[in-house]
Design a binder for this molecule. Structure first.
Ligand SMILES: Nc1ncnc2c1ncn2[C@@H]1O[C@H](COP(=O)(O)OP(=O)(O)OP(=O)(O)O)[C@@H](O)[C@H]1O
Length: 735
């Protein structure tokens, strides 16, 4: 019909609203009758049912078909609004949805376990929307549902899915996660929200601080990644939350690795829950389309291996799991400087929330990229099209492994994963295979390995901040191993600590009290304490290391603070941070000699520890001796390279018959190089080469004079041999 639309009168608007209300009421009545009449038997698994014969839904006024066994969402007793929200995107149900929805829609408590990426989020979002819709929940009714997730990113993702599927409903929903500004604004609105998607810490903060915060009418509680939320790290927070919730409610628990602990279930006051573990019978605990490989590699070759892997997969989207924030930061910063040829990102619990979310979203969008992350990204996150999940460090247990690799091969897509295991961690491979994880081990092909240790050493000399990061990364890695409870897999005493330190470019192995403690206990058995006391002493040693962002094993509560800026833990964190700042080496990172040259930071480092003991002195001597040899060796190689280049240049000059090429000497040289070796080799261009012609020698002396001025060096022309001698003297004097 063209043209004129009559503006509806107030009377007809009211009539329309009444009509709509009536139809809503009728729809709800019908849904309730259908749900009641067609519900599945308690304890049954609808996955084993066949599709009901005949018409689906209301058949006549009093007859309804069963809905367990249906394959499509539109065959379930769902409101029109939810069906519209599911739209074209979601039509056919996944296994966990088929198994759990018939039970959860009729109000039962559900414990759902299904492999990663199998669609658990919808399996709890739909019952939340339906329960509130059928209860005709309105703005004035307050909080009707709480969905708890262990991490902020996961909560944000769930919230996004809720907004999509629930967009035709009129409920108000809020995302309450720590680490964001605006908790006060949140406090003003939280009482008007019907559905809360939150992390445990932020929820408890509102429960404790927001005036009149009310959830006594709560209808449905959801714990996503339930086993994680129920474990010791979150226990205090969760207990405090549960104590403030009404016992009369529906509870849904979902995870890829589910708990069945009676204690846990008692804490949540579950009523006769339905256990729906859809892949329990499956021959594998991980998605079928996931190809998993383990590679045994020595600790000192791990970074070389990672670097070589990245260089060989420049067109892939790769997620790399690393055990602590400091390691993530170091590897990200160092690799960024080495420029592998693809975009790099990092994600860890110490980043500002806005940045974390921005990185998460950016990585979702990209087709080729590398994200270095702690386990903050290991659970639930639905990054689209990840090609590879690489685990640089061994996960603490099987569930962590399963969740990490589950970031690829999601829903119906395929994916690949690679885990680096140390020779001492081989037991993990057996454990994985025993836990129905189909993983193949393979030998490292060291022939194609590209070494980064030397490049890292040069970077660390050039960037003192990076050296500091490397030291912290080193300490935190060892600390994470030390704190692991599975000593069969994680054995600190088997690690080649010195070689590891050198492999990440550190000139000296940082002194670590808990390592010394270990050797002391070993060396002097008569001083051994009783096991409990021993453990306490070791823990104290570790805690005194003034670092708090290692991804601790689950029973160490500080991880709660990392994952969910828990407001009770924040205070503890702040205190610790202060401690770090006090102990941070100040004013010693840049050390210059009389001529304005930056001394290698290792000189400062050696002094910083103030170790005058003969043993320490010998170690320092030994290290410098090695360095001197390496330098000599490198000098030789450089000289040869220089000679060759000069020969080539002369050839080119002859061919072209032009003399002006000689002026481009330095530029030619520099442009061939990239990365950290550049500075080192460029310096050498103004060392006289032994076999260069007089003319070239004169040209170089001029270049050297020029550069020497810029750098504040002595401008007298000296030979390479003299320069070498000087360098050696300098090193000797440091030792
Ligand atoms: N019925 C469906 N039809 C099509 N796509 C679906 C369906 N259900 C879920 N998906 C999609 O599958 C992907 C994985 O779903 P989801 O994140 O819910 O998995 P999950 O089981 O919660 O994984 P994890 O255990 O890792 O948390 C998502 O991209 C989601 O949009």
């Amino acid at each position: 019909m063209a043209g004129y639309h009559r503006k509806p009168s107030m009377k007809s608007k009211a009539h329309f609203r009444k009509q709509q209300k009536l139809s809503e009421v009728q729809e709800i009545e019908l849904l309730e009758q259908w749900i009641e009449a067609g519900k599945p038997e308690r304890g049954s698994n609808p996955l084993s049912f066949s599709v009901p014969d005949g018409p689906i839904g209301p058949i006549d006024d009093n007859t309804f078909s069963p809905y367990a066994g249906c394959r499509r969402f539109d065959q379930l007793p769902l409101s029109q609004k939810t069906k519209q929200g599911l739209g074209e995107k979601y039509t056919v149900m996944s296994d966990i949805q088929r198994a759990s929805l018939p039970h959860s829609l009729c109000g039962r408590d559900v414990l759902g376990a299904a492999k990663t990426g199998s669609g658990k989020t919808l399996a709890f979002i739909i019952p939340v929307l339906e329960k509130l819709y059928r209860a005709r929940w309105g703005p004035e009714d307050g909080v009707g549902s709480i969905i708890i997730s262990p991490t902020r990113e996961l909560a944000a993702q769930i919230f996004g899915e809720l907004k999509l599927v629930g967009k035709h409903h009129g409920f108000s929903a809020g995302l309450l996660i720590g680490g964001r500004k605006g908790v006060d604004t949140e406090k003003d609105h939280v009482n008007d929200l019907n559905i809360l998607v939150c992390t445990p810490g932020r929820l408890l903060q509102h429960m404790d601080e927001t005036p009149n915060f009310e959830c006594s009418q709560l209808q449905i509680l959801v714990l996503d990644e339930a086993d994680r939320i129920l474990d010791v790290g979150f226990s205090k927070t969760l207990n405090a939350i549960i104590s403030q919730l009404p016992k009369q409610r529906q509870t849904l628990l979902f995870s890829a690795t589910q708990t069945k602990s009676v204690e846990d279930l008692a804490r949540l006051s579950l009523k006769d829950p339905e256990y729906l573990s859809v892949h329990a019978e499956s021959t594998t605990a991980t998605p079928k389309r996931l190809k998993q490989t383990a590679i045994i590699v020595s600790l000192e070759q791990k970074l070389d291996m990672l670097w070589s892997f990245l260089k060989a997969h420049l067109n892939s989207k790769i997620l790399v799991f690393i055990s602590s924030c400091k390691q993530v930061k170091f590897i990200y910063e160092a690799f960024k400087k080495l420029r592998p040829g693809m975009p790099l990102k990092c994600l860890h619990g110490r980043m500002k929330q806005e940045k974390r979310l921005a990185i998460f979203l950016k990585f979702c969008e990209e087709k080729r990229s590398v994200l270095f992350s702690t386990d903050v990204a290991s659970r639930g996150l639905d990054f689209p099209a990840v090609d590879w999940v690489v685990q640089l460090d061994c996960p603490e247990d099987i569930p962590t492994y399963i969740h990490r690799v589950g970031r690829t091969a999601r829903f119906t897509s395929g994916g690949k994963s690679l885990i680096f295991l140390l020779p001492s961690e081989k037991k993990m491979l057996e454990n994985l295979q025993a836990a129905k994880v189909p993983i193949q081990d393979t030998k490292a092909n060291t022939k194609r390995l590209q070494s980064v240790s030397t490049l890292l050493a040069s970077l660390l000399v050039k960037y003192p901040d990076l050296q500091y990061l490397a030291q912290r990364a080193f300490v935190m890695y060892l600390k994470s191993i030390k704190l692991q409870s599975n000593k069969e897999v994680f054995d600190l005493s088997k690690l080649p600590v010195e070689d590891f330190s050198a492999s990440i470019g550190l000139p000296m192995t940082p002194k670590i009290r808990f390592l010394n403690k270990r050797s002391k206990v070993k060396a002097e058995p008569e001083e051994e304490f009783a096991p409990q006391v021993q453990e306490k002493v070791e823990k104290e040693c570790i805690e005194n290391e003034t670092e708090d962002d290692v991804l601790l094993p689950k029973d160490i509560p500080t991880e709660v603070a990392q994952n969910d800026n828990d407001y009770t833990s924040t205070r503890i964190l702040k205190r610790k941070r202060l401690k770090i700042n006090i102990n941070k080496p100040a004013g010693q990172r840049f050390v210059f000699d009389d001529e304005g040259n930056a001394l290698p930071p290792l000189a400062a480092l050696a002094n910083a520890h103030g170790n005058d003991s003969p043993q320490e002195h010998a170690t320092v001597e030994e290290r410098y001796k090695k360095l001197r040899e390496e330098l000599k060796h490198q000098d030789k190689e450089d000289k040869l390279l220089l000679k060759q280049r000069l020969r080539e240049k002369r050839c080119r000059e002859k061919i072209k018959g032009r003399g002006e090429m000689g002026n481009q000497n330095d530029a030619d040289y520099a442009s061939d190089e990239d990365g950290p070796t550049l500075a080192f080799k460029r310096n050498k261009t103004y060392f006289n080469s032994d076999d260069s012609s007089e003319e070239e020698g004169a040209q170089k002396a001029t270049t050297k004079k020029h550069k020497g001025k810029a750098l504040g060096l002595s401008t007298d022309a000296i030979t390479l041999a003299e320069q070498e001698e000087l360098a050696l003297k300098l090193l000797n004097s440091m030792g």
